[in-house]
Design a protein around this ligand. Structure first.
Ligand code: NAD
Length: 260
C-alpha cells in the first residue's frame, strides 16, 4: 500500500475548500477535488495543485446535495487512488432571510448540502478507515455551529447539526485510529460571504458597507476576516500525528467571536 495519503475535499473548487486542498497537497497528499465552479477554472486549479506540489489531483463534479452524488464522489476517489484517508466535508451554501419568509426549498438545500452530505460521505469512508486503523474526518462547521445569528435559521441549524455528527462519529471510531473534528471558522473573505452581503443588507435595512463593518466584523473581535490559509493550517495539523488525541472537538478559528 502506498504511503501517499488520499484526501477528498468537498466543495474545493473555491474558497476555504480550495485553500485546504492546497494545504493538504503541500503536505504531500493526493487530492480529490469537488465543486460546481466553471470547469475551466477548476481544471486550472487542479493542474496547479499537481504542478506546484508534485501530487496527483482528480476532480469530480458530483452534486453533494444528493446521497447519490456523495457516494459518486467517494467512488471516484477509491477508483483513482484505492482508498480515502482524509475526508474534509466543506461544501456549503448560505441563505439569509427572516424565518417566516424563509423559502422551503432553501431550507432543504442547506440541510442537504451543509449537513446531510457529510453524513453520506462519512458513511461511505468510515468502515475503510477503521479497518486500516487510520483516518481523519474534518467537518467545516462554523462559528454558527456554536452560536446563532438572526436570519440564518437553516445555516445555523445545519452547522449545529454537523458538530453533533462530528462528536458522534468521533466516539464511534475513537478506538480505531480515526479522528473526527469540526473546524469552526468565523468570517473568512470568500465568495460565500461576499454573496450574502446584499441579502443581509436588505434583511437588516443597512448599506453593504454597514453590513461588512457593523454586522460581520462587529462579531469578530480582531476586526479582521480570517483567511483560507489559516483554515488549511489547522486541517494539516489535524492530519498530523501531533493531533492523534484530538477528536470530537469543534475548534473555533474566528478571531475571538465565540469567546464573547
Ligand atoms: P465558497 O462559496 O467559496 O465555496 C463553496 C464550495 O462549495 C464551492 O467549491 C462550491 O462549488 C461548492 N458547492 C456548492 N454547491 C455544491 C454542490 N451542490 N455540490 C458540490 N459542491 C458544491 O464558500 P466558502 O466560504 O469557502 O465555504 C466553505 C465552507 O466553509 C462552507 O461549508 C461554509 O459554510 C463554511 N464557512 C465559511 C465561512 C466564511 O466566512 N466564508 C465561515 C464559516 C464557515
Amino acid at each position: 500500500m502506498s504511503d501517499t495519503k488520499t484526501a477528498v475535499v468537498t466543495g474545493s473548487s473555491s474558497g476555504i475548500g480550495l485553500g485546504i486542498a492546497n494545504g493538504l497537497a503541500a503536505a504531500g497528499m493526493n487530492i480529490v477535488m469537488n465543486g460546481i465552479e466553471a470547469p475551466e477554472a477548476v481544471e486550472e486549479a487542479r493542474k496547479g495543485l499537481e504542478t506546484q506540489h508534485g501530487i496527483k489531483a482528480v476532480y469530480s463534479r458530483a452534486n453533494m446535495m444528493t446521497p447519490e452524488g456523495a457516494n459518486e464522489l467517494i467512488s471516484t476517489a477509491v477508483e483513482a487512488f484505492g482508498r480515502v484517508d482524509v475526508l474534509v466535508n466543506n461544501a456549503g451554501i448560505q441563505f439569509v432571510s427572516p424565518v417566516e419568509d424563509f423559502p422551503d426549498d432553501k431550507w432543504q438545500a442547506i440541510i442537504n448540502l451543509n449537513l446531510s452530505a457529510a453524513f453520506y460521505t462519512t458513511k461511505a469512508v468510515i468502515a475503510g478507515m477503521k479497518e486500516r486503523g487510520w483516518g481523519r474526518i474534518i467537518n467545516i462547521a462554523s462559528a454558527h455551529g456554536l452560536v446563532a445569528s438572526p436570519y440564518k435559521s437553516a445555516y445555523v441549524a445545519a452547522k449545529h447539526g454537523i458538530i453533533g455528527l462530528t462528536k458522534t462519529v468521533a466516539l464511534e471510531s475513537a478506538e480505531h485510529g480515526v479522528t473526527v473534528n469540526a473546524i469552526c471558522p468565523g468570517y473568512v473573505w470568500t465568495p460565500l460571504v461576499e454573496k450574502q452581503i446584499p441579502d443581509t443588507a436588505k434583511a437588516r435595512g443597512l448599506t453593504e458597507e454597514q453590513v461588512k463593518r457593523d454586522v460581520l466584523l462587529a462579531a469578530q473581535p480582531t476586526k479582521k476576516f480570517a483567511t483560507v490559509e489559516e483554515m488549511a493550517g489547522l486541517a494539516v495539523f489535524l492530519c498530523s500525528d501531533s493531533a492523534n488525541s484530538i477528536t470530537g472537538t469543534a475548534l473555533p478559528v474566528d478571531g475571538g467571536w465565540v469567546a464573547q
